[in-house]
Design a protein around this ligand. Structure first.
Ligand SMILES: Nc1ncnc2c1ncn2[C@@H]1O[C@H](COP(=O)(O)OP(=O)(O)OP(=O)(O)O)[C@@H](O)[C@H]1O
Ligand SMILES: [Mg+2]
Length: 252
């Protein structure tokens, strides 16, 4: 049975999608069947892997019960990496879902029949702690929290950890934090180094050793519809995401 990771942080633009796409690609490249579920109506992960953002059936149809996960999953250009794509309609699910009792478990239940086919399932969450992220956290075994090494990085992390505790207590007792990953790090600036030190001091056991550098190739890869390891396998961003994927797998 595979492990399900939610990539979550309610703060926007911290590198959730970039981390989800590239860790998924690295793990698949290493030979493990991997599924990326795009549960963000922005559909950045879907588009970043070269799929259309308005294809059907999508994760919206899966959450609303109109399609099974098996019907909605599509292959990507990365060998071994499948995608359960998003759709702009998913924006409405944030409103529709809470109207039905037990809707927090929709994604978990939908993934149940297919999870044995994948060694790893990664869930790319939207920048909020709303119903879609709650669905992801109920379906997940572990959470990876990307943290941008910028001023205000720590802001919101305490709230996020409180939410994780609440979900663990009320809805998903097996949920644990796999780790925090420092992203878009610019080692030349004192600010980035200070923020890194501060986050490591606050959460000594949680922060991954690997740090993702700010790297132009990482930023431009999605516009070609591919992960950075296919866009430029030898850039610093590809090296870092390979290292992170190894750390994630090693933490089990
Ligand atoms: N290591 C990096 N180097 C350069 N650019 C990066 C890096 N990581 C992410 N980016 C860019 O920063 C922006 C935000 O990253 P990303 O979309 O992964 O964040 P996010 O947390 O998923 O955002 P949202 O909250 O909107 O879903 C994107 O344009 C992305 O290409
Ligand atoms: Mg995103």
């Amino acid at each position: 049975m595979g492990t399900i990771y939610a990539i979550a942080n309610q703060k926007g633009g911290v590198g959730k999608t970039t981390t989800a796409v590239n860790v998924a690609a690295c793990i698949a490249e290493a030979g493990y069947p991997t599924l990326l579920v795009d549960i963000d109506p922005q559909a950045n992960a879907t588009v970043g892997l070269g799929l259309p953002k308005d294809g059907r059936p999508s994760v919206y149809d899966v959450l609303s019960g109109a399609a099974t996960a098996d019907e909605a999953i599509r292959p990507s250009d990365v060998a071994g990496l499948s995608v359960l794509p998003s759709h702009p309609d998913l924006a409405g699910a944030g409103v529709e879902l809470p109207r039905t009792a037990g809707s927090e478990g929709r994604l978990r239940d939908a993934l149940e029949p297919i999870r044995e086919r994948f060694a790893y399932v990664l869930l790319d969450c939207p920048p909020s702690l709303g119903p879609l992220t709650v669905n992801a956290l109920v379906a997940a075994d572990r959470v990876i929290v990307p943290v941008q090494t910028e001023y205000f990085a720590l802001e919101g992390l305490a709230g996020l950890l409180d939410t994780l505790s609440l979900i663990r207590r009320e809805l998903n007792p097996r949920l644990t934090v796999a780790g925090m990953i420092l992203t878009m790090h610019d080692g030349r600036t004192r600010l980035a180094r200070d923020v890194e030190r501060e986050v490591r001091e606050h959460f000594p056991s949680l922060v991954f050793d690997t740090v993702i550098p700010r790297n132009v190739r990482v930023g431009e890869a999605p516009s070609f519809g591919r992960p950075v390891i296919h866009h430029d396998p030898h850039c610093s961003g590809s090296d870092a995401y390979f290292e992170l994927a190894k750390e994630v797998a090693a933490r089990g």
